[in-house]
Write a protein that binds this ligand. Structure first.
Ligand code: AMP
Ligand code: GLY
Length: 423
């Protein structure tokens, strides 16, 4: 089969790395890809959000199957457009991607079918949003309704902060049309976990539970990021807890989406807050997490490609996936200044020495090649992953590899998996 992966981050590198190992994969393309992905796939400079460009590329290269990584093209309807052109594609339709594309849609659905989640209100009117916040006890959480690259959420410690967030989102339109509405919700306490399920519209297969690290610096300090590291499995939700979570947070939503005429095919990423009263839903995303995908792919022993095809074809009940017993951990190396103003263009050295550490695979998240040199070309730049007998060993290996990389303009957290180790 001729396969095309859409995207160019660490998630897509992990997907390409895994798909390239499939005996079914005869040719692998990635758009736009990055310097690391180029080792696995032919990279083509078409933006992930360029729907017409991706369709044209898929036709030109006679692609049999497209795997869409990020949420933006999914929410724009890339899978619908590819399928309409007769090109098979993995991922949710535009209508199903609303689960991530509109937080208001997601919350209304969760409430309707009784999924445990934070109490909330939706507002399209800024005056009403302001008045509501003044009547609430802080902390409250203010969220832009639409996609905002993971930045449209403010956990406001005071009413003043919540009002400022409403101002930024609704009045200043910092995230554009995504801020036409806000969701204001109850603050949930606990520890976060990300659960991933592969879905074919009716059947869901558990892919695992990972824990991300959202803040930029150690001890969960600093600004929110796309994720600075992850590990799986995450002991916060053991196997029995994950199976229960599938029944509470995944199966009912698949049923409801099918009934609403928006059957969900693709990866359902369930963001959970695990508190004293058990897990509650923070959000659904409609794609793999990044860097969670990196640890899931390191642990997957089975061939990924037939599983994705079965999901696309509605035949997941035929699929059984096997996993490594060893845990996996990933440390993200970001460019100084990330997430606000990462510096681009610095050179990264000694990547081969890092990759030679036992159990380590270095994924590229934001790099570009210039001759033989590898340059930083994004906020999150590398995702250094490792398998190990236990979390300690995976962590020791990942940090040994990260420490070998010669990149003074980068930084990384030193405490990935500290919560798991404290348990
Ligand atoms: P989201 O994009 O909805 O996952 O929100 C981004 C981050 O904000 C989450 O990963 C949480 O750390 C935090 N967050 C979102 N909603 C809540 C909530 N209701 N209570 C506490 N923290 C939240
Ligand atoms: N790492 C969180 C996300 O991909 O949204």
């Amino acid at each position: 089969m001729r396969i095309l992966v859409v995207g160019g981050g660490g998630r897509e590198h992990a997907l390409c790395w895994k798909l390239a190992s499939s005996p079914l994969c005869e040719a692998l393309f990635c758009a736009p890809g990055n310097a690391g992905i180029a080792a696995e796939a032919t990279c083509v400079p078409v933006a992930a959000t360029d729907l017409d460009g991706i369709v044209a590329l898929a036709k030109r290269e006679r692609i049999d199957f497209v795997v869409v990584g990020p949420e933006d093209p999914l929410c724009l309807g890339m899978v619908d457009q590819l399928e309409a052109e007769g090109i098979r594609a993995f991922g949710p339709s535009k209508a199903a991607a609303e689960l991530e594309g509109s937080k208001g849609f997601m919350k209304d659905l969760a409430r309707k079918i009784g999924i445990p989640t934070a109490a909330y209100r939706r507002f399209a009117d800024i005056e009403r949003a302001r008045a509501y916040v003044r009547g609430q006890n802080a902390p409250v959480v203010v969220k832009a309704d639409g996609l905002a690259a993971g930045k449209g959420v403010v956990v406001a410690a005071t009413a003043g902060e919540a009002l400022a967030a409403i101002e930024e989102i609704m009045a200043k339109r910092r995230y554009g049309a995504a801020g036409a509405e806000v969701v204001i919700e109850e603050f949930l306490e606990g520890e976060e976990a990300s659960l991933f399920a592969l879905c074919d519209g009716k059947t869901a297969l558990l892919l695992g539970v990972a824990q991300d690290h959202k803040r930029a610096f150690d001890d969960d300090k600093g600004p929110n990021t796309g994720g600075m590291g992850a590990y799986a499995p995450a002991p916060i939700l053991d196997d029995a807890g994950a199976r229960r979570a599938m029944q509470v947070f995944v199966e009912p939503v698949l049923k409801a989406m099918a009934e609403a005429g928006r059957p969900f095919t693709g990866i359902l990423f369930v963001g959970l807050m695990v508190g004293k009263a058990g897990p509650k839903l923070l959000e659904y995303n409609v794609r793999f997490g990044d860097p969670e995908c990196e640890v899931l792919m390191r642990r997957l022993r089975s061939d990924l490609l037939p599983a994705l095809i079965a999901a696309r074809d509605g035949e997941l009940d035929q699929v059984d996936l096997r996993w490594e017993t060893d845990p996996a951990l990933v440390v993200v190396m970001a460019a100084k200044g990330y997430p606000d103003a990462p510096e681009k263009g610095s050179e990264i050295g000694n990547l081969d020495a890092a990759a030679a550490v036992p159990g380590v695979v270095v994924f590229h998240a934001g790099t570009k090649a210039e001759g033989d040199r590898v340059l930083a070309n994004g906020g999150r730049v590398l995702a250094v992953s490792a398998l190990g007998r236990d979390i300690e060993e995976a962590r020791e290996r990942a940090y040994r590899a990260a420490d070998l990389i010669d990149w003074p303009q980068g930084f990384y957290r030193r405490d990935i998996a500290a919560r798991a180790l404290r348990r």
